[in-house]
Design a protein around this ligand. Structure first.
Ligand SMILES: Cc1cc2nc3c(=O)[nH]c(=O)nc-3n(C[C@H](O)[C@H](O)[C@H](O)COP(=O)(O)O)c2cc1C
Length: 199
């Protein structure tokens, strides 16, 4: 299947087959794929928390609004978080990056209000969601992007301090009876001529 066919095939899973096990190699591959996500000035201000432990997953499901059932059914939940404590992230930048990148980040930081800097950092994390959704279907897995979660409660359950959860992605095998399957609910998008401009 080429990339267009994969993108046409992917859909947001609303129900998962809880019994079909994801091979662990695929999960390890997904970790490496997310690590390789591109970002502005290669800043990588993220943490990807892979939750396979059913008890922790159930706790997170219980603070996930209308998404609770799918999180309990899906075998994997990935929580996408952004650097939130900027002093702690400064240490990350200084310890893990080259001098050129440190200088670049410091320049951006000193010329932006803190709120704008945080929005810019969070935007980078969303790029990883696109990568993750696309990678999942390419690996034969179904997925659900979810902003419908209580991020403050996620932060407490996951004991995070320097990072803040933004959204999550459930991954697994979609249930046959899911009415959102592409065979039942065709893709719905704005017309190409209304969203693409060719000059
Ligand atoms: C950032 C983001 C957040 C989303 N949050 C949720 C969510 O909380 N629960 C859910 O069931 N679907 C969620 N969705 C799925 C969208 O509703 C879905 O992608 C859109 O309707 C297009 O449908 P498709 O993914 O099946 O092509 C989210 C999608 C994105 C990209």
């Amino acid at each position: 299947m080429n990339i267009l066919q994969l993108i046409q095939k992917r859909y947001t899973a609303k129900k998962y087959n809880a019994d079909k096990v994801i091979p662990q190699e695929k999960i390890e591959e997904l970790k490496e794929i997310l690590r390789l996500t591109p970002s502005s000035i290669n800043i990588q201000p993220w943490k990807f928390t892979f939750v396979q432990n059913p008890e922790i997953k159930a706790k997170l499901a219980s603070v996930s609004m209308h998404n609770a059932e799918k999180i309990n059914q899906a075998q994997l939940l990935i929580v996408f978080s952004v650097a939130d404590d900027l002093d702690a992230f400064q240490k990350v930048v200084e310890n893990e990056f080259s001098q050129a990148r440190i200088d670049w980040y410091n320049k951006i930081k000193s010329s932006s209000p803190e709120a704008d800097l945080k929005i810019w950092l969070a935007k980078q994390v969303y790029i990883a969601l696109g990568v993750g959704l696309t990678a999942s279907i390419a690996m034969g897995l179904d997925s659900t992007a979810m902003e419908g979660i209580e991020t403050d409660k996620y932060k407490a359950i996951l004991n995070m301090s320097a990072y803040k959860p933004l959204f999550a992605m459930a991954v697994g095998y979609g249930a046959d009876e899911d009415s959102n399957r592409i065979e039942v609910t065709p893709k719905s998008r704005r017309l190409l001529e209304n969203v693409i401009e060719t000059i």
